[in-house]
Design a protein around this ligand. Structure first.
Ligand code: MRU
Length: 353
């Protein structure tokens, strides 16, 4: 079975992009993929902050889980230094600002500090397990919706960024849905955008026809896809969605072409405390990532750049938000604050916990 987003035909890749083993946070260093598979074993919190900032670990659920373990590590490392621990918690929660999962998971583990390291670790493990369960459930909810919208026939699905297991500990968000469609015999073709500047989509490690980011809307207008599926870093209460830059133009293209545009994100990414997308901080990652691609310079020396890592897709361009517990049809006027949660569906194939 081909697995999208995990490069899992490579046996050196562990089943989980983020995990806890032998008293350490273990991460696949995603900056080196696909050429090299290297695991980072982190036992101090500053390298965890650094790994999140450098995108060694990336994708909203995965950075949330890494931050959760980072808090427990900081507590163990700082041994009763209350001020130092508060500073560490702050550094971890601010390592990347856009994905709500990070601050939320960090705060949740830090709130257990009175219980000591073991209680905090238990909370971090619970967050990991919740994300794993969520990632499998989204695949079921999302593929059922695609069948409802497009019929029980193989579909061509466009996507952006790497929203597979690397981004969501296991399985994935949007890519998890695409993989579920593949397993159900209902995937005709996956069309990932390469996702400049860091090429997350170009490094999926799965069969697809890769397209340059700027080709997405045009190809949609030529009928190349039956639906667009994207992940999210934060979904505001009104449904406005922060996700990898380029998502907004895909949504505009999908609207023009009349194809569904579906956001797939776990409940841990839904932020009802943020009323709308204009309140979401968008991370600017600086010029260096734009003027060089994987160490190769692509612009004249001294070129400046604007590098928003994410954009905001307005809620009125979104057909539905699919989570691990529900489908909210924004196109039918449904609201995230009103649609109740249902059960988690599907489950990891083997219980490795
Ligand atoms: O900058 P990244 O690679 O962390 O951005 C990741 C994305 O934008 C994903 O689409 C998003 O986190 C949702 S999928 C888990």
């Amino acid at each position: 079975m081909v697995s999208f987003g995990q490069l899992s035909d490579n046996p050196a890749i562990p089943a989980r992009s983020v995990d806890w083993q032998d008293d350490a946070l273990v991460l696949i260093d995603q900056t080196l993929l696909p050429e090299q598979v290297r695991l980072l074993h982190l036992k101090a919190y500053r390298p965890v902050v650094d790994a999140i900032k450098r995108l060694s670990v990336r994708g909203a659920p995965s950075i949330g889980v890494a931050g959760a373990f980072g808090v427990a590590i900081a507590f163990r490392e700082l041994q009763g230094d209350t001020d130092g621990f508060s500073r560490a918690v702050n550094e971890l929660r601010l390592a990347r600002p856009t994905a709500v999962n990070l601050a939320r998971a960090v705060d949740r583990v830090a709130a257990n500090a009175s219980g000591g390291f073991d209680v905090m670790l238990k909370e971090a493990l619970a967050i990991r397990d919740e994300e794993i369960a969520a990632s499998w459930s989204m695949g079921v909810y999302g593929s059922d919706l695609l069948i409802e919208l497009g019929g029980n026939r193989p579909q061509r699905l466009m996507t952006i960024c790497n929203t597979g297991g690397l981004a969501a500990v296991e399985r994935g968000t949007a890519l998890g849905v695409i993989e579920t469609m593949l397993e159900r015999g209902l995937l005709e073709e996956a069309l990932p955008l390469e996702t400049r500047p860091l090429l997350q989509g170009g490094r999926l490690g799965a069969p697809f026809r890769l397209i340059v980011d700027s080709a997405g809307p045009f190809l949609l207008s030529r009928g190349a896809a039956d639906a667009v599926l994207v992940g999210a870093d934060r979904v505001a209460a009104n449904g406005d969605t922060a996700n990898k830059v380029g998502t907004f133009s895909l949504a505009l293209g999908a609207r023009h072409a009349g194809v569904p545009f579906i956001v797939v994100a776990p409940e841990s990414t839904i932020d009802l405390d943020t009323p709308s997308g204009d309140m979401i901080e968008i991370e600017d990652r600086g010029a260096a990532e734009v003027v060089a691609v994987r160490s190769t310079t692509v612009a004249p020396p001294g070129t400046d750049a604007i590098n928003p890592a994410f954009d905001i897709t307005p809620c009125d361009l979104i057909t539905a938000v699919v989570t691990d517990r529900r489908v909210v049809r924004l196109d039918l006027g449904e609201k995230l604050s009103e649609i109740p949660h249902g059960p988690t569906r599907g489950h990891p194939p083997s219980d490795r916990r």
